[in-house]
Design a protein around this ligand. Structure first.
Ligand SMILES: Cc1cc2nc3c(=O)[nH]c(=O)nc-3n(C[C@H](O)[C@H](O)[C@H](O)COP(=O)(O)OP(=O)(O)OC[C@H]3O[C@@H](n4cnc5c(N)ncnc54)[C@H](O)[C@@H]3O)c2cc1C
Length: 440
Protein backbone atom coordinates (compact mmCIF):
# COMPACT_ATOMS: atom_id res chain seq x y z
CA UNK A 1 0.00 0.00 0.00
CA UNK A 2 1.19 3.54 -0.66
CA UNK A 3 2.52 5.24 2.43
CA UNK A 4 0.56 7.86 4.29
CA UNK A 5 1.03 10.58 6.90
CA UNK A 6 4.58 11.70 7.37
CA UNK A 7 6.01 8.43 6.07
CA UNK A 8 8.37 8.62 3.16
CA UNK A 9 7.12 7.13 -0.13
CA UNK A 10 9.55 4.75 -1.80
CA UNK A 11 9.64 5.38 -5.55
CA UNK A 12 11.42 2.84 -7.73
CA UNK A 13 12.35 4.06 -11.21
CA UNK A 14 13.53 1.44 -13.70
CA UNK A 15 15.53 3.15 -16.45
CA UNK A 16 17.59 6.36 -16.43
CA UNK A 17 16.65 7.40 -19.96
CA UNK A 18 14.60 10.48 -20.85
CA UNK A 19 11.49 9.48 -18.88
CA UNK A 20 13.14 7.98 -15.80
CA UNK A 21 15.74 10.69 -15.41
CA UNK A 22 13.22 13.52 -15.70
CA UNK A 23 10.99 11.88 -13.09
CA UNK A 24 13.96 11.51 -10.71
CA UNK A 25 15.09 15.10 -11.34
CA UNK A 26 11.60 16.43 -10.65
CA UNK A 27 11.41 14.50 -7.36
CA UNK A 28 14.97 15.48 -6.41
CA UNK A 29 15.24 17.31 -3.09
CA UNK A 30 11.67 16.44 -2.01
CA UNK A 31 12.16 14.63 1.31
CA UNK A 32 8.69 13.04 1.16
CA UNK A 33 10.13 10.69 -1.46
CA UNK A 34 12.93 8.19 -1.26
CA UNK A 35 13.77 7.53 -4.89
CA UNK A 36 15.80 4.61 -6.20
CA UNK A 37 16.75 4.82 -9.86
CA UNK A 38 18.05 1.55 -11.30
CA UNK A 39 19.63 1.39 -14.74
CA UNK A 40 21.59 -1.44 -16.33
CA UNK A 41 24.16 1.11 -17.53
CA UNK A 42 25.82 3.84 -15.48
CA UNK A 43 24.95 6.58 -17.97
CA UNK A 44 22.11 8.56 -19.45
CA UNK A 45 22.40 8.47 -23.23
CA UNK A 46 21.36 11.12 -25.73
CA UNK A 47 20.22 8.69 -28.44
CA UNK A 48 19.44 11.35 -31.08
CA UNK A 49 23.19 11.80 -31.60
CA UNK A 50 24.13 8.10 -31.57
CA UNK A 51 24.51 8.17 -35.33
CA UNK A 52 27.30 10.74 -34.92
CA UNK A 53 29.22 8.30 -32.73
CA UNK A 54 28.56 5.53 -35.26
CA UNK A 55 29.92 7.69 -38.07
CA UNK A 56 33.02 8.87 -36.17
CA UNK A 57 32.01 12.51 -35.63
CA UNK A 58 31.60 12.34 -31.87
CA UNK A 59 33.24 10.24 -29.18
CA UNK A 60 31.06 8.19 -26.85
CA UNK A 61 31.47 10.42 -23.74
CA UNK A 62 30.23 13.43 -25.72
CA UNK A 63 26.66 12.09 -25.81
CA UNK A 64 26.47 10.23 -22.49
CA UNK A 65 26.72 11.32 -18.88
CA UNK A 66 26.98 9.43 -15.63
CA UNK A 67 23.51 9.23 -14.03
CA UNK A 68 25.16 9.27 -10.59
CA UNK A 69 26.87 12.54 -11.54
CA UNK A 70 23.67 14.16 -12.86
CA UNK A 71 21.84 13.34 -9.61
CA UNK A 72 24.78 13.96 -7.26
CA UNK A 73 23.06 16.90 -5.57
CA UNK A 74 19.81 15.02 -4.86
CA UNK A 75 20.21 13.42 -1.40
CA UNK A 76 16.86 11.63 -1.65
CA UNK A 77 17.80 9.85 -4.90
CA UNK A 78 19.92 6.68 -4.90
CA UNK A 79 21.33 5.53 -8.23
CA UNK A 80 22.15 1.84 -8.71
CA UNK A 81 23.52 -0.01 -11.71
CA UNK A 82 21.62 -3.26 -12.06
CA UNK A 83 19.51 -4.97 -14.68
CA UNK A 84 15.97 -5.55 -13.49
CA UNK A 85 14.89 -9.06 -14.41
CA UNK A 86 11.58 -9.52 -12.61
CA UNK A 87 8.74 -7.32 -11.45
CA UNK A 88 6.01 -8.51 -9.08
CA UNK A 89 3.32 -5.81 -9.12
CA UNK A 90 1.14 -7.49 -6.47
CA UNK A 91 4.02 -7.84 -4.00
CA UNK A 92 5.33 -4.37 -4.94
CA UNK A 93 8.83 -5.57 -5.54
CA UNK A 94 11.31 -5.95 -8.38
CA UNK A 95 14.48 -7.98 -8.58
CA UNK A 96 17.76 -7.29 -10.32
CA UNK A 97 20.41 -9.46 -11.94
CA UNK A 98 22.59 -8.75 -8.89
CA UNK A 99 20.08 -10.67 -6.76
CA UNK A 100 18.92 -7.49 -5.01
CA UNK A 101 15.22 -6.95 -4.29
CA UNK A 102 13.77 -3.48 -4.67
CA UNK A 103 10.56 -2.87 -2.72
CA UNK A 104 8.45 0.11 -3.69
CA UNK A 105 5.32 2.08 -2.91
CA UNK A 106 5.31 3.56 -6.40
CA UNK A 107 6.97 2.12 -9.50
CA UNK A 108 7.84 3.84 -12.77
CA UNK A 109 8.82 1.43 -15.52
CA UNK A 110 10.75 3.52 -18.05
CA UNK A 111 13.05 0.89 -19.55
CA UNK A 112 12.57 2.13 -23.12
CA UNK A 113 12.76 0.05 -26.27
CA UNK A 114 15.14 -2.32 -28.03
CA UNK A 115 15.74 -3.06 -31.68
CA UNK A 116 12.90 -5.04 -33.23
CA UNK A 117 13.50 -7.81 -35.74
CA UNK A 118 9.78 -8.46 -36.26
CA UNK A 119 9.93 -11.83 -34.54
CA UNK A 120 13.18 -12.91 -36.25
CA UNK A 121 15.56 -12.53 -33.30
CA UNK A 122 18.07 -14.79 -35.11
CA UNK A 123 18.73 -11.90 -37.52
CA UNK A 124 20.30 -9.95 -34.68
CA UNK A 125 23.58 -11.91 -34.86
CA UNK A 126 24.19 -10.88 -38.50
CA UNK A 127 23.29 -7.21 -38.08
CA UNK A 128 24.37 -4.14 -36.14
CA UNK A 129 21.82 -2.15 -34.15
CA UNK A 130 21.85 1.47 -33.03
CA UNK A 131 20.31 1.71 -29.57
CA UNK A 132 23.28 1.94 -27.22
CA UNK A 133 26.80 3.33 -27.08
CA UNK A 134 28.13 -0.21 -27.54
CA UNK A 135 26.02 -0.49 -30.72
CA UNK A 136 27.31 2.82 -32.09
CA UNK A 137 30.90 1.88 -31.39
CA UNK A 138 30.39 -1.52 -33.03
CA UNK A 139 29.04 0.17 -36.18
CA UNK A 140 32.00 2.54 -36.33
CA UNK A 141 34.53 -0.21 -35.63
CA UNK A 142 33.02 -2.50 -38.27
CA UNK A 143 32.86 0.14 -41.01
CA UNK A 144 36.36 1.53 -40.36
CA UNK A 145 37.84 -2.00 -40.03
CA UNK A 146 36.16 -3.04 -43.27
CA UNK A 147 37.78 -0.10 -45.04
CA UNK A 148 41.18 -1.10 -43.62
CA UNK A 149 40.68 -4.66 -44.89
CA UNK A 150 39.49 -3.38 -48.25
CA UNK A 151 42.72 -1.38 -48.53
CA UNK A 152 44.68 -4.64 -48.06
CA UNK A 153 42.74 -7.25 -50.01
CA UNK A 154 43.48 -8.01 -53.66
CA UNK A 155 40.16 -9.83 -54.20
CA UNK A 156 37.87 -7.41 -56.07
CA UNK A 157 34.60 -9.09 -54.99
CA UNK A 158 35.69 -9.17 -51.37
CA UNK A 159 36.72 -5.52 -51.58
CA UNK A 160 33.28 -4.55 -52.86
CA UNK A 161 31.59 -6.53 -50.07
CA UNK A 162 33.74 -4.76 -47.49
CA UNK A 163 32.89 -1.45 -49.10
CA UNK A 164 29.12 -1.91 -48.95
CA UNK A 165 27.06 -0.59 -46.04
CA UNK A 166 23.41 -1.69 -46.00
CA UNK A 167 21.05 0.24 -43.74
CA UNK A 168 17.65 -1.37 -43.23
CA UNK A 169 14.91 1.12 -42.27
CA UNK A 170 14.19 4.45 -43.91
CA UNK A 171 13.02 6.32 -40.81
CA UNK A 172 14.99 9.22 -39.29
CA UNK A 173 17.73 6.93 -37.90
CA UNK A 174 18.32 5.20 -41.25
CA UNK A 175 18.25 8.46 -43.21
CA UNK A 176 20.61 10.21 -40.77
CA UNK A 177 23.04 7.30 -40.82
CA UNK A 178 22.99 7.00 -44.61
CA UNK A 179 23.60 10.72 -45.08
CA UNK A 180 26.40 10.77 -42.52
CA UNK A 181 28.13 7.71 -44.01
CA UNK A 182 27.94 9.19 -47.49
CA UNK A 183 29.51 12.40 -46.17
CA UNK A 184 32.14 10.54 -44.17
CA UNK A 185 33.37 8.44 -47.03
CA UNK A 186 32.82 10.61 -50.07
CA UNK A 187 33.88 13.92 -48.50
CA UNK A 188 35.96 13.27 -45.40
CA UNK A 189 37.97 10.11 -46.09
CA UNK A 190 38.55 10.44 -49.80
CA UNK A 191 42.21 11.49 -49.49
CA UNK A 192 43.03 8.95 -46.76
CA UNK A 193 43.40 5.75 -48.76
CA UNK A 194 45.88 4.88 -51.50
CA UNK A 195 44.57 1.60 -52.88
CA UNK A 196 40.82 1.79 -52.64
CA UNK A 197 38.69 4.32 -54.43
CA UNK A 198 36.32 5.59 -51.72
CA UNK A 199 33.87 6.79 -54.38
CA UNK A 200 33.13 3.08 -54.95
CA UNK A 201 31.80 2.70 -51.42
CA UNK A 202 28.11 1.82 -51.57
CA UNK A 203 25.68 3.08 -48.97
CA UNK A 204 22.34 1.35 -49.58
CA UNK A 205 19.28 2.55 -47.66
CA UNK A 206 16.48 0.00 -47.68
CA UNK A 207 12.85 0.77 -46.86
CA UNK A 208 9.90 -1.63 -47.08
CA UNK A 209 7.28 1.07 -47.74
CA UNK A 210 7.17 3.31 -50.78
CA UNK A 211 8.91 6.30 -49.20
CA UNK A 212 11.55 7.20 -46.62
CA UNK A 213 10.70 9.39 -43.60
CA UNK A 214 7.06 8.30 -43.53
CA UNK A 215 6.30 10.46 -40.47
CA UNK A 216 6.98 13.57 -42.61
CA UNK A 217 4.88 14.93 -45.47
CA UNK A 218 5.37 13.38 -48.91
CA UNK A 219 7.22 16.41 -50.34
CA UNK A 220 9.71 16.24 -47.45
CA UNK A 221 10.21 12.50 -48.05
CA UNK A 222 10.83 13.18 -51.73
CA UNK A 223 13.30 15.92 -50.84
CA UNK A 224 15.17 13.57 -48.49
CA UNK A 225 15.28 10.79 -51.11
CA UNK A 226 16.51 13.15 -53.84
CA UNK A 227 19.21 14.64 -51.66
CA UNK A 228 20.40 11.23 -50.47
CA UNK A 229 20.72 10.17 -54.11
CA UNK A 230 22.64 13.37 -54.90
CA UNK A 231 25.24 12.56 -52.25
CA UNK A 232 25.65 9.01 -53.51
CA UNK A 233 23.26 6.95 -51.38
CA UNK A 234 21.30 4.21 -53.17
CA UNK A 235 17.71 4.45 -51.92
CA UNK A 236 15.76 1.19 -52.31
CA UNK A 237 12.09 1.68 -51.42
CA UNK A 238 9.37 -1.00 -51.58
CA UNK A 239 12.01 -3.63 -50.70
CA UNK A 240 11.15 -6.00 -47.87
CA UNK A 241 13.91 -8.04 -46.25
CA UNK A 242 12.93 -11.73 -46.23
CA UNK A 243 16.11 -13.29 -44.94
CA UNK A 244 19.30 -12.15 -43.24
CA UNK A 245 22.47 -14.24 -43.47
CA UNK A 246 26.06 -13.36 -42.59
CA UNK A 247 26.94 -10.35 -44.80
CA UNK A 248 23.87 -10.99 -46.95
CA UNK A 249 20.33 -9.66 -47.29
CA UNK A 250 17.59 -11.39 -49.30
CA UNK A 251 14.55 -9.49 -50.49
CA UNK A 252 10.92 -10.29 -51.33
CA UNK A 253 11.56 -9.87 -55.07
CA UNK A 254 14.50 -12.32 -55.10
CA UNK A 255 17.21 -9.65 -55.00
CA UNK A 256 20.31 -10.42 -52.92
CA UNK A 257 22.69 -7.82 -51.49
CA UNK A 258 26.13 -8.57 -50.07
CA UNK A 259 27.32 -6.06 -47.51
CA UNK A 260 30.21 -6.02 -45.05
CA UNK A 261 28.09 -4.00 -42.63
CA UNK A 262 24.34 -4.49 -42.22
CA UNK A 263 22.80 -1.94 -39.90
CA UNK A 264 19.29 -2.67 -38.65
CA UNK A 265 17.29 0.50 -38.05
CA UNK A 266 13.90 -0.90 -39.04
CA UNK A 267 12.00 -0.50 -35.81
CA UNK A 268 11.85 -0.90 -32.08
CA UNK A 269 9.86 -2.89 -29.55
CA UNK A 270 9.32 -2.40 -25.82
CA UNK A 271 11.77 -3.95 -23.39
CA UNK A 272 10.32 -7.37 -22.45
CA UNK A 273 9.73 -6.31 -18.83
CA UNK A 274 6.32 -4.98 -19.91
CA UNK A 275 5.10 -8.61 -20.09
CA UNK A 276 5.51 -8.86 -16.30
CA UNK A 277 3.20 -6.00 -15.43
CA UNK A 278 0.10 -8.18 -15.42
CA UNK A 279 -1.78 -6.04 -17.96
CA UNK A 280 -2.50 -6.99 -21.59
CA UNK A 281 0.08 -5.85 -24.12
CA UNK A 282 -1.28 -3.26 -26.55
CA UNK A 283 0.57 -4.47 -29.66
CA UNK A 284 3.11 -6.89 -31.09
CA UNK A 285 5.86 -4.45 -30.14
CA UNK A 286 5.09 -5.33 -26.50
CA UNK A 287 3.97 -1.84 -25.52
CA UNK A 288 1.35 -1.18 -22.85
CA UNK A 289 -1.51 1.29 -22.77
CA UNK A 290 -1.82 3.07 -19.41
CA UNK A 291 -4.71 5.05 -17.96
CA UNK A 292 -4.74 8.72 -19.07
CA UNK A 293 -2.71 9.61 -15.95
CA UNK A 294 0.00 7.07 -17.01
CA UNK A 295 -0.78 4.56 -14.24
CA UNK A 296 -1.72 1.02 -15.20
CA UNK A 297 -5.31 -0.25 -15.27
CA UNK A 298 -6.06 -1.71 -11.83
CA UNK A 299 -2.61 -0.71 -10.52
CA UNK A 300 -2.82 3.00 -9.63
CA UNK A 301 0.66 3.10 -8.07
CA UNK A 302 2.48 1.58 -11.03
CA UNK A 303 3.30 3.94 -13.87
CA UNK A 304 4.81 3.53 -17.34
CA UNK A 305 6.43 6.19 -19.52
CA UNK A 306 8.44 6.68 -22.68
CA UNK A 307 9.01 4.34 -25.58
CA UNK A 308 7.27 1.36 -24.01
CA UNK A 309 3.93 3.20 -23.96
CA UNK A 310 1.29 3.17 -26.67
CA UNK A 311 -1.39 5.72 -25.99
CA UNK A 312 -3.39 8.74 -27.05
CA UNK A 313 -3.10 11.77 -24.84
CA UNK A 314 -5.83 13.90 -23.24
CA UNK A 315 -6.38 15.62 -26.62
CA UNK A 316 -6.82 12.18 -28.29
CA UNK A 317 -3.52 12.50 -30.19
CA UNK A 318 -1.23 9.45 -30.45
CA UNK A 319 1.91 10.07 -28.41
CA UNK A 320 5.02 9.30 -30.51
CA UNK A 321 8.09 7.41 -29.30
CA UNK A 322 10.38 10.44 -29.12
CA UNK A 323 12.54 11.99 -26.44
CA UNK A 324 10.30 15.00 -25.65
CA UNK A 325 7.29 12.72 -25.10
CA UNK A 326 9.30 10.54 -22.69
CA UNK A 327 10.59 13.61 -20.83
CA UNK A 328 7.11 15.09 -20.53
CA UNK A 329 5.71 11.79 -19.23
CA UNK A 330 8.46 11.50 -16.60
CA UNK A 331 7.75 15.04 -15.42
CA UNK A 332 3.97 14.45 -15.41
CA UNK A 333 4.30 11.41 -13.13
CA UNK A 334 6.62 13.17 -10.67
CA UNK A 335 4.32 16.20 -10.42
CA UNK A 336 1.32 13.97 -9.95
CA UNK A 337 3.03 12.10 -7.11
CA UNK A 338 3.95 15.37 -5.41
CA UNK A 339 0.38 16.60 -5.69
CA UNK A 340 -0.93 13.31 -4.38
CA UNK A 341 1.23 13.61 -1.26
CA UNK A 342 -0.01 17.17 -0.77
CA UNK A 343 -3.66 16.10 -0.92
CA UNK A 344 -3.12 12.93 1.05
CA UNK A 345 -6.17 11.62 2.88
CA UNK A 346 -8.60 13.72 0.85
CA UNK A 347 -9.00 11.23 -1.98
CA UNK A 348 -10.18 7.65 -2.22
CA UNK A 349 -7.41 5.25 -3.20
CA UNK A 350 -9.76 3.03 -5.24
CA UNK A 351 -10.45 5.53 -8.03
CA UNK A 352 -7.56 7.92 -7.62
CA UNK A 353 -6.36 7.49 -11.20
CA UNK A 354 -9.64 9.09 -12.35
CA UNK A 355 -9.04 12.13 -10.17
CA UNK A 356 -5.48 12.67 -11.30
CA UNK A 357 -4.54 15.02 -14.15
CA UNK A 358 -4.39 13.38 -17.57
CA UNK A 359 -1.19 13.40 -19.58
CA UNK A 360 -1.16 15.94 -22.41
CA UNK A 361 1.67 15.82 -24.96
CA UNK A 362 3.12 19.11 -26.14
CA UNK A 363 4.26 18.33 -29.69
CA UNK A 364 7.21 20.52 -30.70
CA UNK A 365 7.66 18.78 -34.06
CA UNK A 366 10.08 16.39 -35.68
CA UNK A 367 13.32 16.80 -37.60
CA UNK A 368 15.79 14.67 -39.51
CA UNK A 369 19.21 15.59 -40.84
CA UNK A 370 20.14 14.37 -44.32
CA UNK A 371 23.91 14.66 -44.58
CA UNK A 372 25.68 17.95 -44.17
CA UNK A 373 23.76 21.18 -44.83
CA UNK A 374 20.41 19.46 -45.42
CA UNK A 375 17.56 18.57 -43.09
CA UNK A 376 13.78 18.52 -42.88
CA UNK A 377 11.73 19.97 -40.03
CA UNK A 378 8.00 19.62 -39.43
CA UNK A 379 6.46 21.53 -36.54
CA UNK A 380 2.69 22.04 -36.64
CA UNK A 381 1.91 23.86 -39.87
CA UNK A 382 5.53 24.96 -40.29
CA UNK A 383 7.70 22.99 -42.67
CA UNK A 384 11.40 23.67 -43.33
CA UNK A 385 13.95 21.98 -45.50
CA UNK A 386 17.48 22.51 -46.77
CA UNK A 387 20.09 24.72 -45.15
CA UNK A 388 17.68 26.58 -42.88
CA UNK A 389 16.35 23.29 -41.50
CA UNK A 390 19.93 22.09 -41.03
CA UNK A 391 20.77 25.22 -39.04
CA UNK A 392 17.66 24.71 -36.91
CA UNK A 393 18.81 21.12 -36.25
CA UNK A 394 22.35 22.27 -35.45
CA UNK A 395 21.24 25.01 -33.05
CA UNK A 396 18.88 22.72 -31.15
CA UNK A 397 21.49 19.98 -30.79
CA UNK A 398 24.33 22.34 -29.91
CA UNK A 399 22.12 24.00 -27.30
CA UNK A 400 21.33 20.59 -25.95
CA UNK A 401 24.94 19.46 -25.84
CA UNK A 402 26.02 22.63 -24.05
CA UNK A 403 23.47 21.92 -21.32
CA UNK A 404 24.34 18.26 -21.35
CA UNK A 405 28.10 18.25 -21.39
CA UNK A 406 28.69 21.69 -20.01
CA UNK A 407 31.93 21.67 -21.97
CA UNK A 408 32.06 24.25 -24.66
CA UNK A 409 35.50 23.03 -25.76
CA UNK A 410 34.13 19.64 -26.86
CA UNK A 411 31.45 21.39 -28.84
CA UNK A 412 33.76 23.81 -30.51
CA UNK A 413 36.07 20.93 -31.46
CA UNK A 414 33.12 19.04 -32.89
CA UNK A 415 31.72 22.05 -34.77
CA UNK A 416 35.16 22.85 -36.22
CA UNK A 417 35.82 19.27 -37.34
CA UNK A 418 32.29 19.07 -38.76
CA UNK A 419 32.63 22.24 -40.78
CA UNK A 420 36.06 21.17 -42.07
CA UNK A 421 34.94 17.64 -43.06
CA UNK A 422 37.39 16.20 -40.58
CA UNK A 423 35.64 13.88 -38.12
CA UNK A 424 37.78 13.25 -35.08
CA UNK A 425 36.62 9.93 -33.65
CA UNK A 426 38.23 7.62 -36.18
CA UNK A 427 40.35 5.44 -33.92
CA UNK A 428 39.66 1.70 -34.00
CA UNK A 429 40.53 0.58 -30.47
CA UNK A 430 40.21 -3.15 -31.17
CA UNK A 431 39.17 -4.71 -34.45
CA UNK A 432 35.84 -6.59 -34.34
CA UNK A 433 36.00 -9.85 -32.37
CA UNK A 434 39.19 -9.03 -30.45
CA UNK A 435 38.87 -8.19 -26.78
CA UNK A 436 42.48 -7.10 -26.38
CA UNK A 437 45.29 -7.72 -28.89
CA UNK A 438 47.73 -8.72 -26.12
CA UNK A 439 45.39 -11.29 -24.65
CA UNK A 440 44.86 -13.03 -27.96
C1 LIG B 1 19.37 6.16 -33.05
C2 LIG B 1 18.21 6.90 -32.42
C3 LIG B 1 17.95 8.20 -32.80
C4 LIG B 1 16.90 8.90 -32.23
N1 LIG B 1 16.68 10.19 -32.61
C5 LIG B 1 15.72 10.89 -32.00
C6 LIG B 1 15.53 12.27 -32.31
O1 LIG B 1 16.24 12.83 -33.17
N2 LIG B 1 14.57 12.97 -31.64
C7 LIG B 1 13.79 12.36 -30.68
O2 LIG B 1 12.97 13.03 -30.07
N3 LIG B 1 13.91 11.06 -30.37
C8 LIG B 1 14.87 10.31 -31.00
N4 LIG B 1 15.03 8.99 -30.70
C9 LIG B 1 14.08 8.36 -29.77
C10 LIG B 1 14.39 8.69 -28.32
O3 LIG B 1 15.75 8.46 -28.05
C11 LIG B 1 13.50 7.84 -27.42
O4 LIG B 1 12.16 8.15 -27.72
C12 LIG B 1 13.79 8.08 -25.96
O5 LIG B 1 15.11 7.73 -25.64
C13 LIG B 1 12.82 7.29 -25.09
O6 LIG B 1 13.08 7.55 -23.75
P1 LIG B 1 12.81 6.43 -22.66
O7 LIG B 1 13.09 7.06 -21.34
O8 LIG B 1 11.51 5.77 -22.88
O9 LIG B 1 13.90 5.29 -22.95
P2 LIG B 1 15.48 5.37 -23.07
O10 LIG B 1 15.97 6.75 -23.24
O11 LIG B 1 15.83 4.36 -24.11
O12 LIG B 1 15.98 4.86 -21.64
C14 LIG B 1 15.70 3.57 -21.16
C15 LIG B 1 16.71 3.26 -20.07
O13 LIG B 1 16.33 2.05 -19.45
C16 LIG B 1 17.48 1.26 -19.20
N5 LIG B 1 17.04 -0.14 -19.12
C17 LIG B 1 16.48 -0.89 -20.10
N6 LIG B 1 16.17 -2.10 -19.64
C18 LIG B 1 16.52 -2.11 -18.33
C19 LIG B 1 16.46 -3.10 -17.30
N7 LIG B 1 15.94 -4.32 -17.52
N8 LIG B 1 16.93 -2.78 -16.08
C20 LIG B 1 17.47 -1.56 -15.83
N9 LIG B 1 17.55 -0.59 -16.77
C21 LIG B 1 17.08 -0.86 -18.00
C22 LIG B 1 18.38 1.56 -20.38
O14 LIG B 1 19.73 1.30 -20.08
C23 LIG B 1 18.12 3.04 -20.61
O15 LIG B 1 19.03 3.85 -19.90
C24 LIG B 1 16.08 8.26 -31.26
C25 LIG B 1 16.35 6.95 -30.88
C26 LIG B 1 17.42 6.26 -31.45
C27 LIG B 1 17.70 4.85 -31.02
Amino acid sequence: MATSGSKVSRVLIIGGGFAGLKCAQTLAGDSRFEVTLVDRTNHHLFQPLLYQVATASLAAPDIARSIRQILADAPNVTVLMDQITTIDPAARTARGQSGTSYDFDYLLLAAGARTSFFGKREWEQHTLGLKSLADAQAVRRTVLSNLEQAEITTDAAERQRLMTIAIVGGGPTGVELAGAFADLVHRCLKTNYRRIDTSKLRVVLIEASERVLEAFDADQSDYARDHLKDIGVEVWTGMRVDEVRPSELHFNDGTRLEAGAIIWAAGVEAQPLTAQLGVPLADRAGRVTPNPDLSLPGLPDIFVAGDLVRMKDAADKPVPGVAPAATQMGRHIAKLLKEERRLEGTRFAANKHQLRPQFRYLDKGIMAIIGKNHAVVKSGAMKLRGLIAWFAWLLIHIAFLIGFRNRLSVLLGWAFAYLRNNPVARIIVYPPGIVSPDRE
